[in-house]
Design a protein around this ligand. Structure first.
Ligand code: F6R
Length: 365
C-alpha cells in the first residue's frame, strides 16, 4: 500500500503533483472560470463582507497565512488569522459581516471545530476547507471547499498543505473577480500559472538527490532556523514544523527581518539556517540576511527560483525551484523543505509516519 516507498510520508510527498491537479482542474473550466460547487457565496454576500478570519491549527494554519496574503492581494478584504486554540479566548470581533474560514485536513480537529461554532454563533458566514467529505467541520459550515488530496496517512501533513494552498488561491481569485478587485489579465495570469504547478512540482521532485545529500550531512544539528520574508516566512514556518515533528530536532522559523531583534544571538559556528529567497521584491533584503547569519558562522541552505543565481554567492548551497509568479511560490518551495525534513528523520532513524506524542487528528481541545 506504500507503493514501493519506505514511508507513507514520502509517498504522499510524491503524490503532490497529482493532488494539486485533482484539486485544481475540476474547479477551472476551459474559459478560466472558477466553479466552486459547494460555495454559495454570491456577489451580494461578498459585498457585505468587510473582514475575513482564517482559523486553523498547525500545518493548516500555515496554509491560512498564505491564504491571508492571497485574499488581501486579490480580493482586497482585510484578513486576520488565528490558531484555533487561541481564537475563542480573545473574544474576537466577529459578526454577520465576517467571513470565517476554517482550514482542516481531517475536518475533525476539536479546536478548529469549536472556533467554527463560536464564529457561527456570532453570526459569521462560515466556510470550511477540508480534505474529508462528511467530516464534522464540513457538515457544520455554510460553504465547503474540498481539497482532493486523497487520504493522508502520515501524521506529518504534506499533500494536504499544498492542496490547501490551491484552495486558498482559488477562493481568493474567485472573490477578487466577483468583486472586481483583480484585473482580468492578472486573474488569467495567476490561473495559468496555477495550472502549470503540477508539472513544475513533478520536475522538482525528480531531483531529490541534492536534498538527500544535504540531509545526510545535516542530520545532527541541535537547532535549525528557517528564515524568510513575506510568504517565504509562512513557508519557513511549515518547513520548521515538518522538521521538528518527525526528526525531533529543535527548530524555529522567524521573519528574516526580525533576526536582529534577538534570534541572531543564537547563530553560531555551524548553525544550520534554511533561507527562503523566492520573492523578487524581497530578494536583495534576503541576500543581506543570509550574509548576516553567515558572518556569524551559519551554514546556509537557500531556496531560490531558477535563474536567481546571486543566491549562490550568499549561501553555502542553493536549492532551486522552477520559476513561477511570486504569489504562488509556496506550492513549490515547501516541497524541498518536506523532502529535507523527511531525509533528516530517516537519517536519525525515527518512526517517520508516526512520530512520538503526535496524533493524526487532534480531537481533544
Ligand atoms: C503537521 C500536522 C498538524 C495538523 C494539525 C491540524 O504536519 O499534521 O499540525 O496540520 O493538527 O490538523 P487538521 O488539518 O486535520 O485540522
Amino acid at each position: 500500500e506504500k507503493g514501493g516507498y519506505e514511508y507513507f510520508m514520502l509517498k504522499e510527498i510524491y503524490e503532490q503533483p497529482k493532488a494539486i491537479k485533482e484539486t485544481l482542474s475540476p474547479r477551472v473550466d476551459k474559459e478560466n472560470h472558477i466553479v466552486l460547487d459547494d460555495i454559495k457565496l454570491t456577489k451580494e454576500d461578498l459585498e457585505k463582507i468587510n473582514k475575513v478570519m482564517i482559523v486553523a491549527c498547525g500545518t493548516a494554519y500555515h496554509a491560512g497565512l498564505v491564504g491571508r496574503y492571497a485574499i488581501e492581494k486579490f480580493a482586497k478584504i482585510p484578513v486576520e488569522t488565528d490558531v484555533a486554540s487561541e481564537f475563542r479566548y480573545r473574544d474576537p470581533f466577529v459578526d454577520e459581516n465576517t467571513l470565517f474560514i476554517a482550514i482542516s485536513q481531517s475536518g475533525e480537529t476539536a479546536d478548529t471545530l469549536a472556533a467554527l461554532r463560536e464564529a457561527k454563533a456570532k453570526g459569521a458566514r462560515v466556510m470550511a476547507v477540508t480534505n474529508v467529505v462528511g467530516s464534522r467541520i464540513s457538515r457544520e459550515a455554510d460553504d465547503v471547499f474540498y481539497t482532493w488530496a486523497g487520504p493522508e496517512i502520515a501524521v506529518a501533513s504534506t499533500k494536504a498543505y499544498t492542496t490547501q494552498l490551491i484552495a486558498m488561491y482559488l477562493i481568493a481569485l474567485n472573490m477578487g473577480i466577483k468583486k472586481g478587485t483583480i484585473s482580468k489579465e492578472k486573474y488569467n495570469t495567476v490561473l495559468n500559472e496555477l495550472k502549470a504547478l503540477p508539472q513544475k512540482a513533478e520536475k522538482l521532485l525528480e531531483n531529490k538527490q541534492l536534498i538527500q545529500e544535504l540531509a545526510d550531512k545535516q542530520f545532527n544539528n541541535q537547532n535549525v532556523f528557517y528564515i524568510g520574508r513575506g510568504i517565504d516566512d509562512h513557508v519557513g514556518r511549515e518547513g520548521s514544523l515538518k522538521l521538528k515533528e518527525i526528526s525531533y530536532i529543535h527548530s524555529e522559523a522567524i521573519a528574516a527581518g526580525e533576526l536582529k531583534h534577538g534570534t541572531i544571538a543564537l547563530i553560531e559556528e555551524g548553525t544550520l539556517v534554511v533561507a527562503l529567497a523566492t520573492q523578487d521584491h524581497l530578494y536583495d533584503k534576503m541576500l543581506s540576511n543570509i550574509q548576516e547569519v553567515r558572518a556569524r558562522g551559519a551554514y546556509v541552505i537557500a531556496v531560490a527560483k531558477e535563474g536567481n543565481e546571486e543566491a549562490e554567492k550568499a549561501a553555502d548551497v542553493v536549492i532551486y525551484i522552477p520559476d513561477t509568479i511570486d504569489e504562488l511560490t509556496p506550492v513549490l518551495s515547501v516541497i524541498p523543505l518536506q523532502v529535507f525534513a523527511y531525509y533528516v528523520a530517516v537519517a536519525r532513524g525515527t518512526d517517520v509516519d508516526k512520530p512520538k506524542n503526535l496524533a493524526k487528528s487532534v480531537t481533544v481541545e
